[in-house]
Write a protein that binds this ligand. Structure first.
Ligand SMILES: *[C@@H]1O[C@H](CO)[C@@H](O)[C@H](O)[C@H]1NC(C)=O
Ligand SMILES: *[C@@H]1O[C@H](CO)[C@@H](O)[C@H](O)[C@H]1NC(C)=O
Ligand SMILES: *[C@@H]1O[C@H](CO)[C@@H](O)[C@H](O)[C@H]1NC(C)=O
Ligand SMILES: *[C@@H]1O[C@H](CO)[C@@H](O)[C@H](O)[C@H]1NC(C)=O
Ligand SMILES: *[C@@H]1O[C@H](CO)[C@@H](O)[C@H](O)[C@H]1NC(C)=O
Ligand SMILES: *[C@@H]1O[C@H](CO)[C@@H](O)[C@H](O)[C@H]1NC(C)=O
Ligand SMILES: *[C@@H]1O[C@H](CO)[C@@H](O)[C@H](O)[C@H]1NC(C)=O
Ligand SMILES: *[C@@H]1O[C@H](CO)[C@@H](O)[C@H](O)[C@H]1NC(C)=O
Length: 357
C-alpha cells in the first residue's frame, strides 16, 4: 500500500494502489469480436477513452473514476477505454492488441468502498439474487440499463445479466436485437437449459437459471417488450403469476394473467383461449415434445402448444431479415391475427405481480 504500486502482470488478478489506504483489485476478462455497428450498444456502458497510458495507469484511471468497473487497453496504441459495467470487452479491431480487465473491489484493510456491480457488503461478500433484489438492496444503480452480476441460488453459478431499473428492477431473461452480436437461437435442450449467447447482445439466460431465480419469491411477472426499431414504439405485455416446473417436468409453464396498458397495442399472443401455452412443456429440436416439429419449424425453443400452429408468437426464432418463412421469424400475432415483425424483442423477469386494469 502507500505509494508502492503492486502489480503482478503474470499473476492475475492484479492489484493497484489507488490512494494511501486503498487498493483496487482487477481480474482479466475476455476480449470478444463484435461488428462496428455495436459501438453504440447501450449495454457496453462506454464512459470515455484516454490515449498514451500504460496498462497500470489505465487500471488506476478506472479505479479513480467513480463509475468505472471495467476497462479495455490497447497494447499497441496505448489507448485506455473505460466502461461502467460488465465482464468482457468488445472490439471490431484486432483482438490480439487488446486486453480487458474488470474491477472486483476497492478496499482498505477492513472495508470495501466499491464492488463489482451486483456484489455488496464490507468485503463484497454478498451478491444479489436478481435485478429486483439489486434495486431493493440499493446495490444496482438507478440507471437506464447496465450489466450486473447475480447469483440466484447460494452456491449456484454467478451470472452476468442485463438489468434495468424500471418497475423496481428487471432481469433480462432473453434479449434479441438485430443490431449486434448475432446469436443463433435454434439450439439444443442443453443450451436452452443452461443459457447461451452474449450478455451484452442476444442471449437466453437459461431455463435452469430462471427456475433458480423464481425460487426466491412466490410471485413473478414476465414482461414482453417489443419494438419495430431501437427503443422506439416499445410495446409491453405483462404476464403475471409466471412459474415453471423443473427440468424433469420439462420446465412446464404457468401464467395466470395477461394485462397491458392502453398504449400497449400488441395484444395477448400467449395465453388467450385455445391458443394458450399454459401448462405446456418446453421443446427444442433435439427434445421435441410439441408433436408438431415446432422447434425446427419456428427455429427456436419454446413452450409450444400441441397444435399445428405451435404458438401465436415466435420470440426465439430466426431474425426477420433471414428470408425464411414467416413462422420461422420473430413475430407476435395480435388478437385479430395481424402480423407484426419486430426488430427488437426482450423478455424481462420481475418480482411481484404487475396487473394493469
Ligand atoms: C457517474 O454516473 C452518475 C449517474 O449516471 C453521474 O451523475 C455522474 O456524473 C457520473 N460520474 C462521472 C465522474 O462521470
Ligand atoms: C468499516 O465499516 C464499518 C461498518 O460498515 C465501520 O463501522 C467501520 O468504521 C469501518 N472501518 C474502517 C476502517 O473504515
Ligand atoms: C411454482 O411451481 C412449482 C413446481 O410446480 C410449485 O412447487 C410452486 O408451488 C409454484 N409456485 C407458485 C407460487 O405457484
Ligand atoms: C403473492 O401474490 C399473492 C396473490 O396476489 C398475494 O396474496 C401475496 O401476498 C403475494 N406474496 C408476496 C410475498 O408478495
Ligand atoms: C383473445 O381473443 C379474442 C378472440 O378470440 C379477442 O376478442 C380478444 O381481444 C383476445 N384477448 C386479448 C387480450 O388479446
Ligand atoms: C402428443 O400427442 C399425443 C397423442 O395425441 C398425446 O397423448 C400427447 O399428450 C402429446 N404430447 C404433448 C407433449 O402434448
Ligand atoms: C433448426 O435446427 C434444426 C436442427 O438442425 C433444423 O432441422 C431446422 O431446420 C432448423 N430450423 C430453422 C428454422 O432454422
Ligand atoms: C389489424 O389489421 C386491420 C387491417 O389492416 C386493421 O384494421 C386493424 O386495426 C388491425 N388490428 C390491430 C389490433 O392492430
Amino acid at each position: 500500500m502507500g505509494i508502492s504500486i503492486r502489480v503482478f502482470l503474470d499473476l492475475l488478478p492484479f492489484v493497484v494502489a489507488v490512494s494511501t489506504s486503498q487498493d483496487s483489485k482487477f481480474i482479466q476478462t475476455k476480449v470478444i469480436e463484435e461488428s462496428p455497428d455495436c459501438m453504440n450498444n447501450d449495454y457496453n456502458g462506454f464512459i470515455l477513452q484516454k490515449p498514451k497510458l500504460s496498462l497500470i495507469d489505465c487500471a488506476r484511471f478506472c479505479s479513480n473514476h467513480e463509475n468505472c468497473t471495467r476497462f479495455m487497453f490497447d497494447k499497441e496504441d496505448h489507448i485506455c477505454s473505460l466502461y461502467e459495467s460488465g465482464e468482457n470487452c468488445f472490439t471490431s479491431e484486432d483482438l490480439s492488441k487488446k486486453v480487458s480487465f474488470r474491477l472486483t473491489s476497492t478496499c482498505d484493510s477492513v472495508n470495501c468502498t466499491r464492488c463489482s456491480i451486483g456484489y455488496y457488503g464490507d468485503q463484497c461478500q454478498y451478491i444479489i439474487k436478481d435485478c429486483t433484489d439489486g434495486i431493493q438492496m440499493g446495490v444496482v444503480p438507478l440507471k437506464k440499463s447496465l450489466m450486473s452480476f447475480i447469483q440466484p441460488l447460494a452456491n449456484g453459478p454467478v451470472l452476468e445479466v442485463k438489468c434495468v431499473f424500471d418497475w423496481g428492477g428487471l432481469t433480462f431473461i432473453q434479449s434479441r436485437e438485430t443490431i449486434c452480436m448475432e446469436t443463433d437461437f435454434n439450439r439444443t435442450w442443453h443450451d436452452y437449459s443452461s443459457g447461451f449467447g452474449n450478455r451484452h447482445g442476444n442471449y437466453w439466460i437459461g431455463l435452469e437459471n430462471i427456475y433458480d431465480i423464481i425460487q426466491n419469491h412466490p410471485n413473478w411477472t414476465v414482461i414482453v417488450a417489443m419494438a419495430h426499431g431501437r427503443g422506439i414504439n416499445l410495446v409491453h405485455g405483462y404476464y403475471s403469476g409466471f412459474n415453471i416446473t423443473n427440468a424433469e417436468d420439462d420446465y412446464r409453464i404457468t401464467i395466470e394473467q395477461y394485462s397491458a396498458r392502453s398504449y400497449d397495442p400488441s395484444g395477448d399472443a400467449l395465453i388467450n383461449g385455445t391458443y394458450s401455452i399454459n401448462g405446456r412443456p418446453f421443446s427444442t429440436y433435439d427434445h421435441d415434445i410439441s408433436n408438431n416439429s415446432c422447434p425446427a419449424r419456428f427455429g427456436g425453443g419454446w413452450w409450444y402448444v400441441d397444435q399445428p400452429f405451435c404458438c401465436r408468437a415466435n420470440v426465439n426464432g430466426r431474425r426477420p431479415d433471414s428470408g425464411l418463412p414467416f413462422e420461422a421469424t420473430w413475430h407476435w400475432l395480435d388478437n385479430q391475427g395481424n402480423k407484426s415483425d419486430y426488430r427488437r424483442i426482450q423478455l424481462y423477469l420481475m418480482r411481484g405481480n404487475i396487473i394493469y386494469t
